[in-house]
Design a protein. Structure first.
Length: 252
């Protein structure tokens, strides 16, 4: 394929890049990520579930994971702040009787003190003190987070010298914050694992969606660097970066 053909293909990927909930099916089979984490977030969450517990999924995205848990709807609360996902959650969750509330301020979650036995959060923003307020005595908070060094190698390939969007998002700093808020740490782990793209069009779609890590990314702006990434694909069949994840299970 010549450079003009590649440019046109990548521009089409950029133009169609959009997401509902947290659905990456548009690039399924064209990239791999989170296939080999040393923990299973789902298994950990399920190990703390039983039908008597009041649970809350803070910053749920499109609520796909929450619904997969099949927890009793009348004992389930949910928040989300990203406007397109807020409307999606209203359509999905309110008819089921799930207590959904819009929330974009992690310091002021619109629920009463000590309401929940279990709170979960995956890749969302939160404040430890507010989580502590909402949990019952001995309540559990489970979070899997994206670390500050996530995909920095890929970012540097297309946008050199872009600063980290979320400094201090690492296990050492965040564990200390939980302890200072009064939590007991039950489990704490951190890992770096590969993320692999098999075509640059998939990467373009991804970078456009993950705009907080790839600010002002565009095919036109990053074209020459994308061509260098294409050279890597041509030589090795893939281009690889590194994800940064950490897990904390904390008890009030």
């Amino acid at each position: 394929m010549n450079k003009k053909e590649l440019y046109n293909i990548w521009k089409r990927e950029e133009e169609v890049a959009q997401i509902q909930g947290w659905d990456f099916s548009n690039i399924e089979g064209r990239y791999d990520v989170e296939n080999d984490l040393p923990w299973s977030y789902e298994e950990i969450v399920r190990s703390y579930l039983d039908n008597s517990k009041q649970i809350m999924d803070y910053d749920t995205g499109g609520a796909e994971f929450l619904l997969s848990l099949n927890h009793p709807y009348d004992k389930t609360a949910v928040t989300e702040g990203y406007k397109p996902n807020v409307e999606l959650c209203k359509r999905r969750l309110l008819p089921l009787g799930i207590n959904f509330k819009e929330c974009s301020n992690p310091k002021n979650i619109p629920f009463e003190d000590e309401m929940f036995d279990l709170m979960i959060n995956r890749h969302g923003e939160f404040e430890q003190d507010e989580i502590y307020r909402l949990l019952k005595k001995d309540g559990i908070f489970i979070t899997e987070q994206v670390g500050e060094n996530n995909e920095r190698d890929l970012v540097q390939m297309v946008l050199p010298d872009i600063p980290k969007p979320f400094p201090n998002m690492n296990l050492t700093v965040q564990r200390k914050k939980f302890e200072e808020a009064g939590f007991k740490i039950i489990r704490a782990e951190e890992t770096y694992r590969p993320i692999t793209f098999y075509d640059i069009g998939a990467f373009v779609w991804f970078a456009h969606i993950i705009e907080w890590e790839f600010p002002n990314f565009s095919v036109s702006k990053c074209y020459e660097n994308l061509l260098k990434m294409q050279d890597i694909i041509d030589k090795y069949g893939k281009v690889q970066g590194t994800i940064h994840r950490y897990l904390i299970v904390a008890q009030k």
